[in-house]
Design a protein around this ligand. Structure first.
Ligand code: PGA
Ligand code: ZN
Length: 405
């Protein structure tokens, strides 16, 4: 793979903040682009993104000349080189955004050079043991009600998720959009037309009576459509960013989760406690999953930040049985794949995820499918930057059928 040029520029993300796009051209004429998302409820241990203009300068002035001069045979070699060139543990010199944009562009160019879909290329380089389960594709984690830092409403918890239980992505999208639309109608009927306004990830974002009401309305919407057997519920509390003083009291969060679990039986709970509270997570995990592993996925996001060192700590403390994987939390494709490998070794469920500030880049869809993730968290099926991922997943499903999985 010989690179003839790597040229970065600043582009806007879905909140109107600058982010990085890199265009990589191979000497055989193949040209690909890659851009990187940005979070808002970020974990303190995430790799460090630089202001977009600085990251762009670092790509154009430092990374690009190396890439054109040296031939990197594979993703691991490129990413290891970039990590060394940066020289910091947080990627703060070149910027995690500069490194990841380059890394994703390289993966995309490698797939194009091999003439295979990106997910298939990622599946080859991921070096994961084959999965024998009935699993065929990631389940969709659809964020239909936004709260916390992602909305201007009174919800303490950040994301209320519906998780279709379907055999195909096409059917999951059908079920997910139906419940999403029905919820919108019900919200407008109950709360007036401003209830149709959307939060950062395209979920509805009105004020609610309390933190449980979104589940009640979701349950009602699913039942009305006779789809209640086809959807599970989940939540990302994003607890580090909870501002409600009532939930700050000792035991208050645990009590709230116990009530939600009892009444609505969610299958998924992400970041239920502060990002440093490995023991708090472990308490909840033990309470609801017991010794033999269990029925509810307790997932680390800000707790683990796609970082194998924090994953080791969470494993030792028995904090979680599931993990969110966000490539931009760690800053390169190879390291995100290493995190997936470790999660599999631990027997954790793997949920790949977009960020709240997104671009139209659909890499995360190929990534999730490529690593055979258990889930993919994508926001609501509305707004172009979210829809881009759903539409890519639908396309991947077709590609998978054609070429065999
Ligand atoms: P973020 O939120 O992208 O703003 O960090 C997503 C999440 O917490 O899962
Ligand atoms: Zn989260």
């Amino acid at each position: 793979m010989k690179t003839s040029s790597l040229i970065a520029r600043t582009i806007l993300d879905s909140r109107g903040h600058w982010t990085v796009e890199a265009a990589l051209t191979l000497r055989n004429g193949i040209r690909v682009t890659a851009s990187v998302p940005q979070g808002k409820s970020t974990g303190a241990s995430e790799a460090h993104a630089l202001p977009a203009a600085r990251a762009v300068r670092n790509i154009n002035k430092i990374i690009a000349p190396w890439l054109v001069r040296a031939d990197f045979n594979d993703q691991d070699a490129l990413d290891a080189f970039l990590v060394r060139l940066d020289g910091t543990t947080s990627k703060s010199k070149l910027g995690a955004n500069a490194i990841l944009a380059t890394s994703i562009a390289f993966a995309r160019a490698s797939a194009a050079a091999k003439k295979v879909p990106l997910w298939r290329h990622l599946r080859t380089i991921a070096k994961l043991p084959a999965r024998k389960s009935a699993f065929a594709q990631p389940r969709l984690f659809i964020n239909v009600v936004n709260g916390g830092l992602h909305a201007g409403n009174n919800l303490a918890f950040q994301e209320y998720l519906i998780i279709p239980k379907c055999r195909t992505i096409a059917e999951s999208v059908d079920v997910g959009t139906a419940v999403y639309h029905e919820l919108g109608n019900a919200l407008v009927a109950a709360k007036g037309k401003t209830a149709a306004n959307l939060g950062d990830e395209g979920g509805y974002a009105p004020d609610f009576k309390d933190n449980l009401e979104p589940f009640a309305m979701l349950q009602h919407a699913a039942k009305k459509l006779k789809l209640d057997k086809k959807v599970d519920f989940g939540m990302d509390a994003a607890a580090t960013d909870i501002k409600d003083p009532a939930l700050g009291r000792p035991g208050a969060l645990m009590k709230a989760y116990a009530a939600i679990i009892k009444k609505y039986g969610p299958i998924y709970l992400e970041d239920p406690f502060d990002e440093n509270d490995f023991e708090g997570f472990a308490g909840l995990n033990a309470e609801f999953n017991g010794e033999g592993g269990g029925t509810i996925w307790i997932a680390g996001d800000d707790l683990t930040t796609t970082n194998v060192r924090l994953m080791e700590r969470a494993h030792a403390a028995k904090s979680v049985n599931a993990i969110i994987i966000k490539p931009n939390q760690i800053g390169s494709v190879s390291e995100a794949l290493a995190a997936v490998r470790l999660a599999r070794e631990y027997g954790w469920a793997v949920v790949a995820s977009h960020r709240s500030g997104e671009t139209n880049d659909d890499f995360i869809a190929d990534f999730a499918y490529g690593v055979q993730a258990d889930g993919l968290k994508l926001g609501a099926p509305a707004r172009g930057e979210r829809v881009a991922k759903y539409n890519r997943l639908l396309e991947i499903e077709e590609e998978g059928k054609k070429g065999g999985r």
